[in-house]
Design a protein around this ligand. Sequence first.
Ligand code: AMP
Length: 358
Amino acid sequence: MTALPPGSTIGILGGGQLGRMLALAAAPLGLKCHIYSDVPGPAFDVAAKSQVGPFEDTDKIRAFAETVDVVTYEFENVPLEAAAAAQAAAPVRPGPKALAVAQDRLEEKSFIRGIGIPVAPFANVDSDASLKAALAAIGEAGILKTRRLGYDGKGQVRIKSAAELAPAFESLKRAPCVLEGLVPFAYEVSVLVVRSLAGEVRFYDLPLNTHKDGILDTSTVPSPLPAAHVARATEIAGAIATALDYVGVLGVEMFYLPDAAEPLVVNEIAPRVHNSGHWTMDACLVGQFENHIRAVAGWPIGPTTRHSDVTMTNLIGADVDRWQAFAAEPDTAVHLYGKPEARPGRKMGHVNRLKPRQ
Ligand code: AMP
């Protein structure tokens, strides 16, 4: 189990803002990043090398992996064939199992439930017959979600009565789905867990997350979650990371039901650094991006200790136009992703507003 020495190169599949912040975090450790992505993106501006190519081109992916010392990824929809092609030439961390589980809501929920962790009630929907069976199992109120490629609330339809289910399935183009029962949560929390190659597990403090139009708006730390429930939430996230033999940062999103016998229900996992962990960049000794790099490079993971209270606010679309005002705010760190066009709904940057730790 040898750590990659400074001067080594990490290959990152995906060229978005997460890849950009990973590459920026690798630099102070003396590690270089090479990016492979289907389109040029924010990571290209800061990486030692970048390459455009389709994720379906397994020969190209393998050739890319041959030029680096380890391969990681910054989005969960890397095709499994691409991960396998990369793995033929270099270690892929986190491993392809995490990808397979996180890419498919049915696999994900089955896996998590299979290790004894609560998830929302769910049923597979891939035909008219299974639609009927799902309705019988889950009841009338639920959410129909596509098994693959949903994010930020896309690819899902809320159902309020039995009559709405079939049209909802049609509107999702009869793509394979899961019907989920509605969880009456008080709020949503996420756990950012980092697991080293040697199997050591550390957690960041839990943020309280708010959403706007289905997109993460703010993450505030500390969250009001009682200590006993924080302990349970980290236990759950640690169990998932260990069961996946995970290496790197894993995001585990949960619903919180204060009065339920099982107050924490897992919604989904993200096998990568996570937007609800962006506050760690400025409020922790070692943030999520550096810790992901450390883990995949086989280094000891760094302290996840938080030195400040913080609210992270995403800058979506035209929010970024106020960059001068943000830059003038006291105790505020500004992170802009350098995207050329501030389209509505597009994540353009974030600000971390710090306060002394209470
Ligand atoms: P997802 O794409 O699964 O993260 O869902 C997007 C959002 O929809 C979540 O952040 C929740 O606010 C809401 N949601 C998803 N699944 C459920 C559920 N089973 N019960 C209640 N709300 C849900």
